[in-house]
Design a protein around this ligand. Structure first.
Ligand SMILES: Nc1ncnc2c1ncn2[C@@H]1O[C@H](COP(=O)(O)OP(=O)(O)OP(=O)(O)O)[C@@H](O)[C@H]1O
Length: 726
């Protein structure tokens, strides 16, 4: 038996344990099978073991030998084919290894290249992500459509190019968090100019002009070439001439309008309300002219839109001041100087004029407004908020003053903050309805939605009232003040960064911070295109509001709406809520109006009863003393509860009579009376109502006490933040 050692040239293969795994499994099986076959045939024993080939030798010594190349050399006749096979196998093995090494190298190179590509892709995508982030920040602040378009394009690039799916997901998360809609933004509005498109439009316009103008001329020339024009043709010629003249005039107007859009504003503000009104009306007349021109150019009836009819229709819609002018609007040279800014200034002057009218005289008196015991508060609001809004804008700009943008009303629950804000809205926003929204309504569970809600609140003010729209049109729509009342303001304006600035409110805290940021941005007027807006924030907890919102220029005016402290204040509130009953003779008082229910009841009580009854003022005084410590809402509750006691008595009585078929009692001769017509509220009703309200509002009053201490610990400065006394 001979030990045959089969070598491999490759040094790596000489070590033990050698990489049998380098052989492909099929090759290994083939080799082993051949060796086993050899063993069986020649009946030799196993003679050699090699790390990668188990060699078998047998027969005569020297019948098998090893070569330097590691091949088995065969000298035996019987074993020719076998040794060939084995040698082939070994050749195959070596070739395999060479191929595998080559493959491995190629593979490594590819891997290297791929990782380089991935790295540079990741780097590029990170760049895009940074751009996207800054665009989204801008979008959160401005809500601008142009920014949204750019951000959307960047997002699409990331989705298209990123090799790393995680980066795509990250980009999408960023977009969702910003509140930007994922869908494609609407196409560019016509006001956004693209030079190439503009050029094309210009070319097209020139082309159309070429077609339109000769058409009129053609008709004219064809008419003039006719030897004997008929009556109809003459009429037609007049119409054509009129039309050509009309086109010329309106072309001038169009050029003027374009000039207004392109050029910088040139004129001063106009404060005279009549002039302002006139100018705004002229603008609307111009719009009408333009529409008629458009209709005519599109084939509307020539006669109906003839120059004479256009002028008369437009002048008939203008004010009486302009209607007595013989010259049509915009015909004199001065008008050419007007710009869009003029109309905005005029409308702005008109808006302040309307506010001035609404708040003049007794408008700020509590008794007129229906708000009791808050005359101090009302006079402060008048001075700080109404006066700058009612002043002519030109005067304000000369004085360097801007109307306030935010008013914070704070105080205990039920002290009349919402009531006051509503009434103020009527004075401060006479041209359009006010918007009242509760803080929690703005907050949305979806990331970015709260900011969006807030933006929409500012960006979509209600339309101005019809009569103003009719008279002053779009210009006033842009300039009339929009009053937004934010009830439960602390829900959206809480201090950022969680309590103590540690950001311990988790995701909800982060979301709320972003809402405050949005509010700050909106209040700072980043978006100059919006209508002027006054925010009125209402809260029971002023100390929770973010301090950045309190600085001058934002919620600059902060006023406490307190509980009624004196008997007089409570009397005023009670008077607001009982005035109607007393005037209608439903309160049993000595000075009840004649021939009312109360007066009739008094008559039946006799002289003594009348003497005992209090007057209306005395009754209010008695109740106000007994209601010490109550809020405005509780006092209103007392009035309601007393009335319902009297009503209960009367209805029960009446229903009983109905059941007995005696609903109508004859009290006196000829007079038909029943318990309903005798329904009056007595002093006793009020006293029992006070007990009821005290009983039912016990918990609320406890809460009031605690929040009073909170409010009291905060001291208001007239123009600035709320300072904690501690
Ligand atoms: N000063 C007041 N004069 C007349 N009525 C008042 C006054 N204060 C409160 N009321 C009555 O109480 C009701 C509730 O008041 P309001 O909702 O304005 O209080 P609030 O301060 O906004 O309370 P909250 O902080 O709980 O929202 C009012 O509708 C009104 O009928």
């Amino acid at each position: 038996m001979t030990m045959v050692l089969v070598h491999r040239r490759h040094s790596r293969c000489r070590r033990w344990p050698h990489p049998l795994p380098l052989l492909s499994p099929s090759r290994l099986i083939e080799t082993l099978s051949l060796i086993a076959l050899c063993c069986l045939i020649q009946q030799y024993g196993i003679v050699g073991v090699h790390p990668f080939v188990i060699g078998m030798a047998g027969g005569k010594p020297g019948g098998w030998s090893s070569s330097s190349s590691g091949k088995l050399l065969q000298s035996s006749k019987n074993s020719d084919s076998l040794s060939d096979s084995i040698n082939n196998s070994i050749d195959g093995l070596e070739n395999d290894h060479a191929e595998e090494e080559q493959l491995e190298e190629v593979h490594n190179e590819t891997n290297l290249q791929q990782s380089k590509t991935e790295q540079s892709n990741t780097k590029y995508i990170h760049g895009l992500l940074t751009t996207l982030e800054s665009l989204l920040d801008k979008y959160i602040v401005s809500g601008s459509m142009a920014t949204r378009r750019r951000a959307y394009n960047i997002l699409q690039q990331i989705i298209r190019l990123s090799m790393d799916k995680e980066l795509i997901r990250k980009a999408e998360r960023m977009v969702r968090r910003s509140g930007m809609p994922m869908e494609m933004p609407p196409p560019l509005p016509p006001t956004e100019h693209v030079p190439a498109v503009d050029q094309q439009l210009e070319d097209e316009e020139l082309h159309t002009q070429k077609i339109v103008k000769p058409m009129g001329a053609m008709i004219k020339s064809s008419l003039s070439s006719s030897p004997l024009p008929t009556e109809e043709e003459k009429q037609r010629e007049i119409e054509v001439n009129k039309r050509l003249e009309w086109e010329r005039k309106h072309k001038e107007k169009s050029e003027f309008m374009n000039k207004m859009k392109d050029n910088a504003p040139t004129t001063t503000l106009l404060n005279d309300p009549d002039v302002a009104k006139n100018r705004v009306e002229q603008l609307s007349s111009f719009a009408e002219d333009k529409k008629l021109l458009h209709d005519t150019m599109n084939g509307a009836d020539l006669g109906a839109s003839s120059p004479s009819s256009t002028t008369s229709s437009s002048s008939s819609t203008t004010s009486d001041i302009s209607s007595d002018k013989t010259e049509p609007a915009f015909s004199d040279h001065d008008n050419i100087k007007r710009t869009v800014t003029d109309y905005n200034s005029i409308a702005s002057a008109k808006s302040s004029e309307l506010i001035a009218r609404a708040g003049s005289g007794d408008a700020f008196l509590g008794s007129v407004l229906g708000v009791g015991g808050l005359d101090d508060v009302l006079s402060r609001i008048r001075r700080r908020v109404w006066i700058p809004l009612a002043a002519p804008p030109s005067l304000l700009s000369q004085l360097g003053i801007r109307p306030v943008r935010g008013l914070l009303l704070y105080g205990d629950p039920g002290c009349g903050k919402t009531l006051l804000a509503r009434k103020l809205g009527d004075i401060l926003s006479p041209a359009r309805p006010i918007t009242i929204v509760s803080g929690p309504e703005i907050m949305d569970k979806f990331v970015g939605s709260s900011e969006k809600n807030l933006r929409e609140l500012f960006d979509n003010p209600p339309e101005i009232y019809h009569e103003y729209k009719k008279n002053y049109g779009e210009a006033l729509s842009r300039q009339a003040l929009h009053v937004i009342v934010l009830d439960e303001f602390d829900a959206i304006a809480r201090r950022r960064g969680g309590s103590g600035g540690k950001g311990d409110q988790g995701d909800a805290g982060v979301a709320r911070d972003s809402v405050v940021n949005q509010l700050l941005a909106k209040m700072d007027g980043v978006d100059v295109s919006g209508v002027p807006t006054l925010l009125i924030g209402l809260t029971n907890k002023p100390s929770l509001i973010d301090t950045a919102l309190m600085r001058p220029g934002r919620f600059e005016v902060q006023i406490e709406v307190p509980k009624p402290r004196t008997t007089e204040q409570r009397i005023e509130i009670l008077r607001v809520h009982t005035d109607s009953m007393a005037r209608n003779g439903r309160v049993l008082v000595k000075d009840a109006p004649r021939d009312t229910a109360a007066w009739n009841v008094l008559q039946n009580m006799g002289e003594e009863g009348v003497q005992e009854a209090p007057t209306y003022d005395e009754l209010l005084n008695i109740i106000a003393i007994e209601c010490d410590g109550m809020s405005g809402a509780s006092l209103a509750g007392v009035a309601r509860a007393a009335a319902s006691r009297a009503l209960e008595r009367a209805v029960t009585d009446f229903a009983g009579h109905l059941a007995n078929d005696s609903a109508i009692e004859v009290k006196e001769e000829g007079e038909k009376r029943n318990s309903i017509s005798d329904c009056v509220i007595t002093q006793e009703d009020f006293e029992r109502a006070i007990e009821d309200v005290f009983e039912s509002s016990k918990g609320v009053d406890d809460y009031s006490a605690s929040s009073t201490s909170d409010a009291n610990s905060a001291k208001t400065t007239d123009n600035g933040a709320i300072d904690k006394e501690s």
